[in-house]
Design a binder for this molecule. Structure first.
Ligand code: PMP
Length: 286
């Protein structure tokens, strides 16, 4: 099945989509991205993703190529043209393709950004992993110091996923100075005595849009939330743990480095949080 993708103003079949070999996204990972989920043909938390995109662009001195209204229009058009019911829209903006490879940023007047969007169909709500929970291993966090910017430098997270697979697990939690930063492509959270503990925001983690929404809904549902760093040891002694991301929503973690949390099945608080998140985020879908 061929998808319709968006490249610099045009909607084209994926086989016809072209980006220059001089594109700085390709040569230097000089690019930012967003992934917005779709349920029932509607976008989840588009405003949150658009706001973070603006923040990522500003942090890299890249001008926004278009308004968020225009971006929303393109997202919706891709959902429509691909008849996407459930899945994600991936968006990437690079610093464009200068005439030659050069470390110096090109002049944005003569080198416009490259804008690419494409859909990915995927069952998100009815996920087998959400029923069983996932296993994570711990790995050293050796990424750069601005993890709050959503860049396409995903080599180490990708290697982390492979290390997890090699160990028979599903994902890896990254650890720095004994403290958990986040998952390879998600934020990490634990629950102890009914209280949600999650790392505070800073340059060390991506400011997850799902994290923010889940914490907001959790507080509204009278959960206690503590935003602070937690150690790997504390995580292994937690009652429950979960990850959040735009496509995983709230996903239970049932083992860490082979240590089972609780009885090794998804716990009641995590299951409740997943339900609340899906119900609430759906209501506000556009
Ligand atoms: N942390 C990292 C490193 C990620 O790659 C992601 C997802 N791209 C997240 C957290 C979760 O962010 P969000 O909830 O906005 O998808």
């Amino acid at each position: 099945m061929s998808r319709i993708v968006y490249v610099n103003g045009d909607y084209v079949p994926e086989q016809e989509a072209r980006v220059s070999v001089f594109d700085r996204g390709f040569l230097m990972a000089d690019a930012v991205y967003e992934v917005t989920s779709v349920i029932g043909g509607k976008l989840l938390d588009f405003a949150g993703h658009a706001a973070r995109l603006e923040r990522s662009l500003a942090a890299l001195d890249m001008a926004a190529p278009m308004s968020s209204d225009k971006l929303l229009e393109i997202h919706r058009e891709l959902v429509r043209r691909n008849d996407l019911d459930e899945g994600m829209i991936y968006l990437q903006i690079t610093r464009g393709a200068p005439p030659d490879r050069d470390f110096v940023f090109p002049d944005p007047e003569t080198t416009p950004p490259t804008v690419v969007l494409f859909p990915q169909a995927k069952a998100l709500v009815d996920s087998p992993a959400a029923r069983t929970g996932i296993a994570v291993i711990s790995i050293d966090d050796i990424r750069w110091g601005r993890r709050d910017i959503k860049t396409v430098q995903l080599l180490y997270p990708s290697m982390g996923k492979m290390m997890a697979k090699a160990a028979g697990a599903d994902d890896a939690w990254m650890v720095e100075d004994g403290l958990v930063t986040e998952g390879t492509s998600n934020n990490a959270h634990i629950i102890k005595d009914g209280r949600i503990i999650t790392r505070h925001l800073g340059n060390e983690i991506l400011h997850g849009i799902t994290r923010a929404a889940v914490l907001r809904f959790a507080r509204e549902a009278q959960f206690e939330v503590e935003e602070r760093a937690f150690s790997l040891e504390e995580a292994k002694q937690a009652d429950e743990a979960f990850i959040t991301s735009a496509s995983a929503f709230v996903m239970p973690v049932v083992t860490i480095d082979g240590v089972a949390l609780g009885d090794g099945t998804p716990g009641p608080f995590t299951r409740r949080l997943r339900e609340i998140y899906i119900d609430e985020i759906r209501k506000a879908a556009v």
